[in-house]
Design a protein around this ligand. Sequence first.
Ligand SMILES: C[S@@+](CC[C@H](N)C(=O)[O-])C[C@H]1O[C@@H](n2cnc3c(N)ncnc32)[C@H](O)[C@@H]1O
Length: 253
Amino acid sequence: MRTFFGFFKPLLESIARLETAVARRWVASAHRRLMLVQWSLPPQPEHFDHHIDLFHQWLATRSSFWVERGVFGSLALKGGDVLELACGDGFNARNFYSLQSRSVVACDFDPAAIRTARRKNAAPNLRFELADIRDAMPTGQYDNVVWDAAIEHFTPEEVTRILAAIKERLTPGGILSGYTIVAQEGGSKMLTHHEYEFKSKEDLLGFLTPHFSNVTVFETAHPARRNLYFWASEGTIPFAPDWPDWVSHSKKG
Ligand SMILES: C[S@@+](CC[C@H](N)C(=O)[O-])C[C@H]1O[C@@H](n2cnc3c(N)ncnc32)[C@H](O)[C@@H]1O
């Protein structure tokens, strides 16, 4: 038996390695072409297809910032019901939030984003909804609300109103988490769709602290950008002194 596998395993492995080498190049170049079409020709989309990050950009640029929001957002998950606002292509709802939660409702106001999300990032406990969160945020009670890469798409007045609506939907001890980009010096916007880019940690804290007793905002720096992440709650937030040493991500209920 050992001789059989000793002979065939290296051969099978060489064939599989060759296949993956060809597939890697092909999938990367196909996603690079998709990015060129989507972002070089007008109109520019308001969301990014994260399969382009996964299959092309990450390896081409070595920049891992695109996974930070999913990782830091996941730290706040409580294993219950999640509402993701402005979910874009739904990559994070599926690949970061759904497996560690009982249910996820992920919404966006762009029909193209919701179509992509349903096509590419479906999961059994995940529902994608078309909704404008300025006046038609999904109702219900949620243990987590996620607002990734989108708070900067709203005016300061809208942010204040949306934060009040989020607060109404959080269970006692529920956590809002999210991510935004730091405004560039000189004032040029990173994306034309941005309404208000936050200038600093303190600027973002100024919006969150009127609504939540416990807030953490922290920054990461990457070669081409600086990023702000936030957790906000009336209860315990990650790494507070009473945050449990070990958080179970098995689904409740
Ligand atoms: C940069 S994308 C972020 C997508 C995703 N959350 C992520 O982290 O990749 C911003 C998203 O906000 C959505 N958006 C902007 N205004 C909105 C609104 N009023 N209601 C719902 N979604 C909105 C856009 O359609 C877009 O998908």
